[in-house]
Design a protein around this ligand. Sequence first.
Ligand SMILES: Nc1ncnc2c1ncn2[C@@H]1O[C@H](COP(=O)(O)OP(=O)(O)OP(=O)(O)O)[C@@H](O)[C@H]1O
Length: 313
Amino acid sequence: MIELFDVTKRFGHETAVDSISLRVEKGELCALVGTSGCGKSTTLRMINRLIEHDGGEVHLDGQPVRSFDEVALRRRIGYVIQSTGLFPHWTVARNIGLVPRLLKWPKARIRQRVEELMQLLGLPVTEFADKYPRQLSGGQAQRVGVARALAADPDILLMDEPFGALDPITRKTLQHEMGEIQARLHKTIVFVTHDMDEALALADRLVVMHQGRIVQQGKPIELLHDPVNPFVESLLGGMDRGLKEAALIQVSERMLPLGPRLLASERIAYGATLSQALSVMLWHGVDRLTVVDEEDIPIGELSLRRLLGANAA
Ligand SMILES: Nc1ncnc2c1ncn2[C@@H]1O[C@H](COP(=O)(O)OP(=O)(O)OP(=O)(O)O)[C@@H](O)[C@H]1O
């Protein structure tokens, strides 16, 4: 668990982070969002003490971070940044094994752990273990960065725009995989991003910052429904909030059993999102879709009228 109590950071006369309080429960993914310069990265870096706070307290599992040895603290906390920070003259395997080596794990255990993580992150060992960072694409390098952060199995991960430099398709793939990895590993994660869709898709708790302060925090769906002010409303998508909420709901959650009616001609996978289903309806000018499973077998239907009814209720 990570707790910030009235934490403040000043750079000269400028207050970058202004008395913020935040609690991230064990196993929770907390996304920090807000306009550029609002203090997100500074907040993140005060957790692993890359930046020391000036006021208030930062606690990990009830202990002030200042009571930990700085180096030991950073080895306990995985840290992923946009530019990856991989050592260019080290192979992928060596980069991933960095913290376990510093922790003096036996060689065989390090090798086993590196291979396990490469597999988890979709990097075939025979293909990638001996490559150097310059031989990787941006997406592959980012996977190595995440694998490295997970190497010593830290409870806490800090991720600062980890997918910021990637093209939209690779970014979506990595977001999806990150969601799946988190569902398996249940790390406590603080995640900084500029991408609201990424934040909404991944976060258990969304924290909106503005000018060094937290203006609102809560579950993504709560913020979408009840933004506290026009700034939060516009950050969350303004009039697009309905579609953003629909992107968080799976077709399977809203489908109806197959009825006696003829199957609708257009199909949608049960794992698709409601926003994708609405897009398919708009595209084809239809108000019903047949929901199919992985084998393209009809298992239900989605009706625009019933969806509207559900929202109106
Ligand atoms: N080392 C530093 N020295 C002086 N000022 C700094 C330093 N680091 C950050 N700042 C200032 O503190 C404020 C908050 O910066 P921070 O990087 O935390 O914002 P951010 O929300 O992460 O921004 P971005 O989204 O653009 O990355 C900014 O005004 C920035 O200029």
